[in-house]
Design a protein around this ligand. Sequence first.
Ligand SMILES: *Cc1c(COP(=O)(O)O)cnc(C)c1O
Length: 376
Amino acid sequence: MEFRDLKSQYLALKEAIDPRVMEIMGSAQFIGGKPVRELEEMLADYVGVKHCISCANGTDALMLVLKAWGIGPGDAVFVPDFTFFASAEAVSVTGATPVFVDVLEDTFNLDPKALEQAIRKVRAEGRLTPKAVVAVDLFGLAADYPTLEPLCRREGLMLLEDGAQGFSGAIGDRRNCSFGDAATTSFFPAKPLGCYGDGGAVFTNDDAVAALIRSLAVHGKGEEKYDNVRIGYNSRLDTIQAVILQEKFKALRDYELDDITGAAANYDDLLRGVAQTPIIPQGYTSGWAQYTIKCKDEAQRDHVMTELKARGIPTMVYYPKPMHRQTAYANLAVNEAELAVSTDLCRRVLALPLSPYITPADQEAVAAALKDALHA
Ligand SMILES: *Cc1c(COP(=O)(O)O)cnc(C)c1O
């Protein structure tokens, strides 16, 4: 069994993807061009924002937004303690300091109350200037933007939605990657919209920030080619990846999202009374980057993983370590007690195999193995 079945997806889309890739090979136009612009328009239109700016990966997308906002040394940027490393890493590469904030035990996303406390604490200490919040759509589910957006406005902080895992999810009729002052996503192969290599994008309604990011992503270019008006980066999406993403986006929009939503609902049914299944708040729809259950404790999770592995069922732990326990952040002083939920989740979460292409038979095998392992 595959954890995320990218092989079946490719077989289903091969006839659409292969000729488009071959066309790019023949054109010898490998960087930028019409396919990239078309993709950006398709994605901006779907998400419901004015600008989509593609770039080299989801980490660069975060960094480009923070740089465009002028964030740097001496600034505090609030980041959930339970996320992929890049959410904080992008803050650190600007020279700013990530301040880790605890998450909610049910949705795994940023806890607005804990965020308010962290902002108050940083202001009271007076060492760093609070500038921005990075909220993550963990496992596909949007953070609590209806609370976070007014909170950030009130506090005078910029809000960045890290939608690397969130693309295709929504709150009501507002799609993920449309929240906050800007949003980002990743096209890493296993994400809800993945390419066949690395890629990423920024979404924003802010014309000035969009123009600045377009410049920063191409060596700080000005109006003319070889006119460089600022120090930037080399962060672009390959043309081949753009045509692959166009075909994969159409499949996601037209049926994959329905299929993966159906598969997640099927797990919910199969695992009722067996395991603690994901909680999706009223009005939210997940992009289902992961289907994550919660075990009782670390020992039970180890046991479940071993039992499932013996039956050829792959599982993953996203994430085994909270941000504040990462060696790279050993220099940051934190109060462990304020990050207790994240620390606890890292010991208990377990992601099950899921993709739009998972079969009911495979899902039944996962449920049966879980039932046996948990003696439920
Ligand atoms: C994958 C991911 C990123 C980084 O994306 P890359 O394209 O791999 O650089 C950032 N944030 C989160 C939450 C992610 O899951």
